[in-house]
Design a protein around this ligand. Structure first.
Ligand code: FAD
Length: 399
């Protein structure tokens, strides 16, 4: 095993998703000289992960989703990039990590370490001889293999050969994929134990609007049930539901949720709960180790994970400033999320789950406001043309 022990260990970042790369970009605006090493298990190519669930609508292939190749990112930001390198372990006392690449291990030392390891798809147990054919899409590699297996052409002028995709989970990602795939000519079945889509996020009427809009495009809903077994062979699957129905599908996509990837951190003894626990300076329980992005549980968000883009942008700016020598506490503004369902565009600003309150219809079509027990607006949902009222509703909302 090689041991790279420079006299001044670098700032080391693990993960080349939005959190890792945005931290580097923000840091370089403030500090152009401190050595930075970025280690990542993937290719390191820069892409916006949200585009995975509307690539067909945008007529983009997996390769076209890469906005900047890894080598260009590394050159522009003056970073040593170790792509396709897996960090195996972290020793916070010695301030070093062990990394493997092509079967070779090496030790890297750090002055400060940033964990930006993201989240992993939750897998629900499913029976059947083809249970291993259930796919999840959480990165560009996943999307590339899904895209190749499905054989739908995003650039086709006519919808391609009909394919049937069954999606497990009618949350944000499941509904976005359903909309995108149905527009590309696929037949889509969506299965969820809830009574309607996005049941945890939206008031009932907004969920029903989305249900009707996607149904009008051809999405077939299966509410109040779950997938119990997947049998058959690749491209020719029989999906058994708990309500007794059996659906023939070319592919099964699981979109039942993500869980913060805390594997490395918890093995190193860092405090982890729903994510790697960080204080409002984004510091973990270990000295000189920070975390942000989908892997982090933020004190600044009331001990929540916030697996969205805007929290990453805010966290990366604050962390870069701290790393560059100006300690900066993270304060999240209100961060509404746009749901990419063109059948019914939706904007959601959720209140903290601990805030007791209720949804009420607002002053117009497609507006709901979440008010607490004192009558203060703490969140909102806008659908359809009312999404244009995002600024006005944001001003009226107390985060
Ligand atoms: P990731 O992008 O998961 O990056 C994690 C990185 O860590 C990867 O590079 C991985 O290789 C690396 N890594 C992990 N462990 C190791 C290790 N041991 N060694 C080396 N490298 C390691 N958010 C929105 O706000 N709006 C949207 O519309 C939206 N749409 C979405 C659609 C989809 C389909 C998905 C999946 C998510 C969507 N999100 C959306 C969420 C948003 O994309 C994520 O919050 C964000 O991309 C997470 O970035 P990240 O850098 O924290 O994690």
């Amino acid at each position: 095993m090689t041991d790279t022990s420079p006299s001044t260990p670098p700032l080391l970042i693990i993960g080349a998703g939005l959190a890792g790369w945005t931290t580097v970009r923000e840091f370089r605006k403030l500090d152009t000289t401190t050595p930075v090493v970025l280690v990542t298990a993937d290719s390191g190519d820069f892409y916006a992960k949200p585009t995975l669930s509307n690539a067909y609508a945008q007529k983009r292939t997996p390769a076209q989703l890469v906005s900047t190749p890894a080598a260009k990112m590394a050159e522009t930001l003056n970073v040593t990039l170790l792509a396709r390198h897996q960090v195996q372990s972290l020793d916070t006392a010695a301030q070093r990590v062990i990394v493997t690449h092509n079967g070779q291990a090496q030790t890297l030392h750090y002055s400060r370490l940033v964990l930006a390891t993201g989240a992993q798809p939750i897998r629900v147990p499913v029976d059947g001889n083809a249970a291993n054919q259930v796919k999840s899409i959480n990165n560009l590699d996943d999307f590339g293999s899904f895209h190749a297996s499905l054989g739908l052409d995003p650039c086709a002028t006519q919808p391609s050969l009909p394919k049937t995709v069954l999606i497990m989970g009618a949350g944000l990602i499941g509904c976005e994929f359903a909309n995108d795939l149905v527009l590309a000519g696929a037949t889509v079945h969506l299965v969820d134990p809830s009574p309607r889509p996005l049941a945890l996020l939206l008031p009932a009427e907004a969920g029903e609007q989305l249900q009707a809009a996607l149904q009008a495009l051809g999405v077939v809903w299966h509410f109040g049930t779950t997938v119990t077994a997947v049998d058959g062979a690749e491209g020719n699957l029989n999906v058994q539901l708990a309500d007794g129905s059996v659906i023939a599908a070319h592919m099964v996509l699981s979109a039942v949720g993500l869980r913060a990837d805390t594997a490395l951190a918890s093995a190193a003894g860092l405090v982890c709960e729903r994510g790697v626990v960080v204080n409002d300076m984004l510091q973990t329980s270990a000295p000189n180790v920070y975390a942000l992005g989908d892997c982090a549980q933020y004190a600044s968000a009331g001990e929540r994970t916030l697996p969205y883009v805007m929290p990453i942008m805010n966290a990366a700016r604050a962390l870069a400033s701290t790393l560059a020598g100006t300690p900066t506490a993270l304060v999240f503004p209100l961060m509404p999320v746009s749901i990419k369902t063109p059948a019914l565009p939706i904007v959601v600003a959720s209140a903290h789950p601990a805030v007791a309150g209720a949804w009420k219809a607002g002053d117009g079509e497609g507006i709901w406001q979440f008010t607490d027990s004192e009558g203060t607006q703490r969140g909102f949902v806008l659908t359809g043309t009312s999404t244009a009222r995002r600024m006005e509703q944001s001003k009226a909302t107390q985060p």
